[in-house]
Design a protein around this ligand. Sequence first.
Ligand code: HAM
Length: 424
Amino acid sequence: MRRRVFPFQSPKGMHDILPADFLYIERVERALAKVAHFYGFERIETPVLEDVRLFERGTGPTSEIVTKQMYVVKGKRDTGILALRPEMTPGVFRAYIQHGLSRLMMPGKLYYNGPAFRHERPQAGRFRQFQQVGFEVLGTGDPAYDAQVIMASWRLLSELKLKNVTVRVNSIGCGLCRPVYVRRLKEYYKKKISGACRTCQKRFKENPLRLLDCKEPKCQPLKEEAPVSLDSLCSTCKNHFTAVLELLEGTGAPYLVDQFLVRGLDYYSRTVFELFAEGIDAALGGGGRYDYLSEALSGPRMGAVGVALGVERIVEAQKTQSTVVPARSTPDVFVIYMGDEAKKKSFALIEEFYKEGLVARESFSRESLKSQLRAADKEKTRLALILGQREVFEEVIIVRDMRTGNQETVSLKKVVETVKKRLH
Ligand code: HAM
C-alpha cells in the first residue's frame, strides 16, 4: 500500500521554531530583558505590516532589502499598500513620533523582539522570516549613545557566554562630508570598474558606498586600495567618531575599526558597526546612527542610533560554540496512577501542587506502571508519586525517589507536605 505523503510544508525560507530551539531562544530573551533593564530601554512592539512607503523612504530606495526583498501586500482601499516589515527601525521610529513619545522619553530608549521578513535567496543564516531583537535610542546625536548601543549589544552576546565576541566599527560621515567621499570613491573606481564583478558594476552606478562590501575575490585588490571614508570625515564627524571610540576604549569591550564596513541600509550616517562571534561567519548583529531617517520620513530633525541582532544567528552561534547547552527544566514530581479512580485522584492532586508552586507532570495517556515510570524517568523528575487502586482505597500514596528507587508510603492528605520536605 502506498503511504500518503502529507502535502504541506512550511514556506520556503521560513521555519517552524520547535521546542528544542526555544530553550536557546528563551535564553536570548532573558538576556535581552536583563540588558534592556540595566541600560533603561523600554519595550515596544509595532505591527508586522506597515505602509510600504515607510520602508521605501526610510530603509531606503537603493537598499536591497527594499528593492528586492520586500513582501508587499495589497491592502484594502482604507490601508493602501502595505509591506511585511523587513526590519523594525522605521516602524519603531514611526511609533515614537506618532505617539508623541518624545514628550515622555528624551531620549527615547526602546527595545524590541519580533519577526521580520525578507525575500532572500535561502542559504545558511539567511531566512525569509527571522527574529530580530534590537535597541534604538531616539532623539539624540550624543556619541555616548552610539557607544551605549554597542555596549548593550556586546553585553547581550556576552551574557550568553558566547566566545570571542568582537565589534567592528566605522564612520561613514554625514550629509556634508559623505558626498565628498563618495565622489573620491567613484573617481577611484571609474577607470577600474570594467574589471570588477557585475554586482560592483551595478553598485558603482546605484550605491557606490556598497562597493566596499564586495566579497568577490577578484575585487579584493581593487577594494584594498580604495580611499576610505575615515580620511574624508569633516571635523564634526571626526570628533564624533573619536568620542565613540574613546568611550568604548574605557570599557574593555573588544572593538576594531573596520574601514570597509558600510552596511546595506540607506539611512546610516556617522557610526556604523557589526557584531561577530567565534564560529559563525555572518554578522550576529549590526546597526549605526541614522540622523537623517526622520527627515526622510518628513519628521522633525532628530538624531538616532540603534542596533538589531538576528536571533537565529545567535542561536546558531550558541550551538556551534556549545559553551552552554540549555536543559529543559525538570518537574518536581511525576504522578503515576493505576485504574480509573486513581486517575481522577491524580488529576486533582496535580492541581494541589499548582497551588503550592510545585511542578507536577503526568502521563495520562499511558496506563501501565512500567510505561508511566519510564515517562517519569525521561522527564528526570526527582520524585514519582504512585497511586494504585489499593492506595486510593487506603487514602495513601507511594513516594518513590527516582534516583535511589527507595519508596515510602504516606497519607494522601500529607503528600504535598512530604514532597516539599523531600525536595528541600
Ligand atoms: P541588518 O544588518 O539588516 O540591520 O539586520 C540585523 C541583523 O538581523 C543581522 O545582523 C542578522 O543577524 C539578522 N538578519 C538580517 N537578515 C536576516 C535574514 N534574512 N535571516 C536571518 N537573520 C537576518 C537592521 O535590520 C537594522 N534595522 C539595524 C538597526 C537598528 N540599525 C539601526 N537600528
